[in-house]
Each structure stands twice: as structure tokens, then as C-alpha cells.
Design a protein around this ligand. Structure first.
Ligand SMILES: [Zn+2]
Length: 294
């Protein structure tokens, strides 16, 4: 499942081939993905120029020059393949040149530069929508209720403490709640809690002091959430260069995790000697070290 760093990597990978270019031709090969495509999808895209591409939580927002925003969510298995038309950097191009249609290639964007961006999604949990830009964008059904971006300045210890104050739910569930912070998934919550030495079972309310101000734990947690995501985005950036020379596909890369999916493994924190445990919280697996995470 693509998480925030993968989606960020997708945005950074799409920008060089789409921004400033016209969507010359759009091929929509099915009526729906997870949801139906919006009415007149192809006609509302063709001829428009891409102004910029930004990420919001786990959404890709493609801002067009006519005030529309193409919203794309990768669901469980969505990915993009870029064919720049340059055989040396995109060996996958022959797939399109011979007119073959891969069964799971659902949307193809042909850009004025000659580049071809293909959306492939075997499980079809992804979706696309077209919405107006501007003040209405954040109020849109896709974004309404979403909390602050974890990499933005608004995500800080005081914000976290304000959201957590008095809450008895566990820290894991608190961080997965998209109203508190947007775009954090199971993997990066586990990793950030490990790096912060905070137990996923700790009460969320302990991020705030009695006065309501942030506790030192909140400072630490915010710092480690940002660092965990930034490290993963950096890893994605390097994989982007690798992929550009492989098959041009974006959005998936090899991670190294310290806690996630390491049940039974020795804790990697120097001098700890503990073992990574797996528990189930809110029906999801949590991985953590019972010795150094408190
Ligand atoms: Zn440990």
C-alpha cells in the first residue's frame, strides 16, 4: 500500500514530465476504478496545461491552468509508469509503440513533450476526480476533515498536544486518526514511535502537560515523525533514479524498517537488548520494542 513517502515520490517523479506541458490526449480505458470517473473526464482534461503537482495527505493533486484540479489516489496498488519516448532511459516504451494494452493500464496521459504517463492499478482501489481549485479545494469531500500535513510547519508539538489533551485512546490510534495529522499510515507510525522510544500503548493525553502545553514527548514525537518521513522520501528519491533506468515506474521502493514487520527480531537500538513484539491495536498490527519504548 503506497504511504505518504511513496505518494510524495510519485509527485516528484511526475512533475518533471507533466508540469508546464499540455495534456494532448487522455485515454480512459474503463468507466470506473474504485469509483466512476467524473462526467466528461477526458474532455475536461485534454488541451489543459499542468501548472503544478502537489501532494495532500496521500492524494496527488494535479493543478490545471483552467482552475480544475485532477485528484488521484493510488489506493492499494496504483502506480505510474513514465515513458519519455527516450529509449535509453525508458526501455518500457515498446509496450506502447506496438500498441499493446496492458490489462491493468487504465489511464494514459499523453503530454505535449511526447512523454506518456500511464496509470496502472491491478486491484483498482485507486480513483481519480476533477474538482475546482481555490478556497473550495480543502472543503472538498476528499479533503474535508483532514488534519495538518506532518511535514508542514503547522504540525508541531503544540498542535499535537492540543489535539491529544485529555484523550485516553492509545498513541497509535491517535496518530492514525487523520484528523490529528494527515497521511500517516501504520508503517510510519510504528517507525516514528520506535525512534521516539514511545510505547504505542501509551495514552495519547500524555503528550500534553496538565496546563495543556506540549510535553517534551510531543516535541520528540513531532521531530521523529518528520525525520522518519523525510528519510523515507529521500530513499524514494534515490529509488526514483533507479526506476528511471529500469521500467519508469514510480511509487514503490525498498524500505529498511527498524520495528515494522520485524516481530521476534532483536531491537536495533544500541544497548537495548530487547525484542520486537507484535500486538494488534484497532485491528492493525503494531510492532514495537517493549523494553526501550515507554
Ligand atoms: Zn529496544
Amino acid at each position: 500500500v503506497p504511504e505518504l513517502p511513496e505518494v510524495e515520490t510519485v509527485c516528484r517523479g511526475l512533475a518533471p514530465v507533466m508540469v508546464g506541458e499540455t495534456l494532448v490526449r487522455v485515454e480512459q480505458r474503463r468507466p470506473d476504478l474504485r469509483f466512476p470517473f467524473p462526467e466528461g473526464f477526458v474532455g475536461r482534461l485534454e488541451g489543459r496545461v499542468v501548472d503544478r503537482i502537489v501532494r495532500r495527505a496521500k492524494f496527488v493533486q494535479v493543478h490545471l491552468n483552467d482552475g480544475q484540479v485532477l485528484i488521484m489516489h493510488l489506493g492499494m496498488s496504483g502506480r505510474f509508469t513514465i515513458d519519455t519516448g527516450d529509449a535509453e532511459t525508458a526501455p518500457g516504451r515498446f509496450v506502447h509503440d506496438v500498441g499493446g494494452i496492458a490489462a491493468h493500464d487504465h489511464v494514459v496521459f499523453r503530454m505535449s513533450s511526447g512523454a506518456c504517463v500511464t496509470y496502472n492499478d491491478p486491484r483498482r482501489f485507486g480513483y481519480m476526480d476533477l474538482v475546482p481549485a481555490g478556497a473550495d479545494l480543502e472543503a472538498n469531500k476528499h479533503f474535508a476533515g483532514l488534519g495538518v500535513e506532518p511535514l508542514g510547519n503547522a504540525f508541531n508539538a503544540e498542535h499535537l498536544a492540543w489535539r491529544a489533551r485529555g484523550k485516553t485512546q492509545d498513541l497509535k490510534a491517535f496518530l492514525l486518526d487523520q484528523r490529528n495529522v494527515a497521511g500517516l499510515g501504520n508503517i510510519y507510525v510504528c517507525e516514528a514511535l520506535f525512534r521516539s522510544r514511545l510505547s504505542p500503548r501509551r495514552r495519547a493525553g500524555t503528550l500534553a502537560r496538565k496546563s495543556g502545553r506540549a510535553s517534551p514527548r510531543a516535541e520528540l514525537l513531532v521531530r521523529e515523525i518528520k525525520a522518519t518521513l523525510q528519510d523515507a522520501i529521500a530513499a524514494g528519491g534515490s529509488s526514483l533514479r533507479d526506476y528511471a533506468h529500469a521500467d519508469g515506474s514510480l511509487g514503490y521502493f525498498q524500505h529498511t524498517f527498524r520495528a515494522y514487520d520485524r516481530e521476534g527480531g532483536a531491537c536495533s537500538r544500541e544497548g537495548c537488548g530487547g525484542t520486537i513484539k507484535r500486538i494488534v491495536q484497532s485491528a492493525r498490527s503494531t510492532f514495537y520494542c517493549g523494553r526501550c519504548q515507554r
